[in-house]
Design a protein around this ligand. Structure first.
Ligand code: NDP
Length: 322
């Protein structure tokens, strides 16, 4: 089969399309014939080496397609099921062997592209808005990179919970998308001081939670945007990692909470995975949650997809088609 492999860390040019042996299902595994793979910012961290991973590696943590074989002791899926998954490396490929306990059957009416677009970013938006800081009606939240893959879904889910949303984006075109996703106010954080704008919009009160995926360039001011006893959910670092930090600052700025969550700890059990995925996929099917697939490229153009994601040229989801 064909797969995109990383043999050494580096820029998008290290992504190479290779022929490697077809996977066979081990015990408790199923082989999925992938129809779409989701691109996510974590793929960039794996490629550059910011996150430590064993090389060589087939990249990609999100995919969807049809089960073509199952190993011993598989009870969760059958050959022929249309499934989606996240959290298992190897989705930039034509086939993937996946622990069956990580597979979710897609509801009728949703295709593999929707599945590959929903699992990682959708469940991330879900756990941030429903579990890490469960938004209440009337809360203010600040969503950085609001027109991104997670961002557009998080704005919509925050509105579903009755919260008021301030989004940050880098361009006017992205601002329009964030507003369409429900943001009550949008700040062009590349041109405006977002801390001053958040204070202005909230009448000086600040927000109950900041969902910060940008990291290095936003972290300090994100803390300053919080109301007393507010929470900073630092869930990514698209601009670079945050420098070492003195916890006493949380006291000085108003008994704040800081967390650095990961989707994998919010879908660790099969029960939690099925509950979160079920809600996200159900909302998409019911038309309550809109997926925006901005760009679809063949698998062979994975390097170009990475260039655009890192170059802040994408909005919503990017898919690779094997
Ligand atoms: P996005 O679609 O949000 O793309 C990244 C966006 O970040 C860009 O479009 C850009 O938006 C913004 N950005 C700001 N500064 C930079 C910079 N210097 N370089 C590149 N981009 C920048 O990606 P994803 O939705 O896939 O992921 C968003 C973030 O969430 C990532 O940091 C990712 O690692 C994290 N994440 C964390 C998870 C977790 O469980 N902890 C799970 C899923 C994602 P703009 O141009 O508007 O500034």
């Amino acid at each position: 089969m064909k797969a995109i492999r990383v043999k050494s860390h580096g820029g998008p040019e290290v992504l190479t399309l290779e022929d490697i042996p077809d996977p066979k299902p081990g015990a408790a595994e199923a082989v999925v014939k992938l129809e779409a793979a989701g691109l996510n910012y974590i793929d960039v961290y794996y490629r550059t080496g910011l996150y430590k991973v064993q090389l060589p590696l087939t990249l990609g943590l999100e995919g969807a397609g049809v089960v073509t074989a199952v190993g011993p002791n598989v009870t969760e899926v059958r050959v022929g099921d249309l499934v989606a998954y996240t959290g298992v490396a190897g989705a930039y490929a034509q086939l993937a062997a996946v622990p069956a306990a990580r597979l979710v059957k897609l509801p009728e009416g949703l295709d593999a592209k929707a599945g590959a677009a929903a699992m990682l970013q959708g469940m991330t938006a879900h756990y941030l808005s429903h579990s890490t800081y469960p938004l209440k009606p009337g809360d203010w939240c600040l969503v950085h990179a609001a027109a991104g893959g997670v961002g557009l879904l998080l704005c919509q889910m925050a509105k579903m919970r009755g919260a008021r949303v301030i989004g940050t984006v880098s361009t006017e075109a992205k601002a329009t998308l964030a507003r369409e996703a429900g943001a009550d106010a949008v700040i062009l954080y590349t041109q405006q001081d977002f801390e001053a704008e958040v204070k202005r919009v909230t009448g000086g009160a600040g927000v109950q939670v900041v969902y910060d995926s940008v990291g290095e360039t936003t972290f300090d001011k994100s803390l300053n945007c919080l109301a007393m006893r507010g929470m900073l959910a630092l869930y990514g670092q698209s601009s670079g990692p945050v420098s070492p930090f003195d916890p006493a600052i949380l006291n000085q700025k108003g008994s704040l909470f800081l967390t650095r969550p990961s989707l994998f700890h919010y879908t660790a059990s099969r029960e939690e995975l099925l509950q979160r995925a079920g809600e996200v996929l159900g909302w998409i099917k019911a038309g309550k949650l809109r997926l925006r697939v901005d760009l679809t490229l063949p698998l062979s153009e994975a390097a170009e997809a990475h260039r655009r994601l890192e170059g802040r040229q994408t909005t919503g989801k990017v898919l690779l088609i094997p």
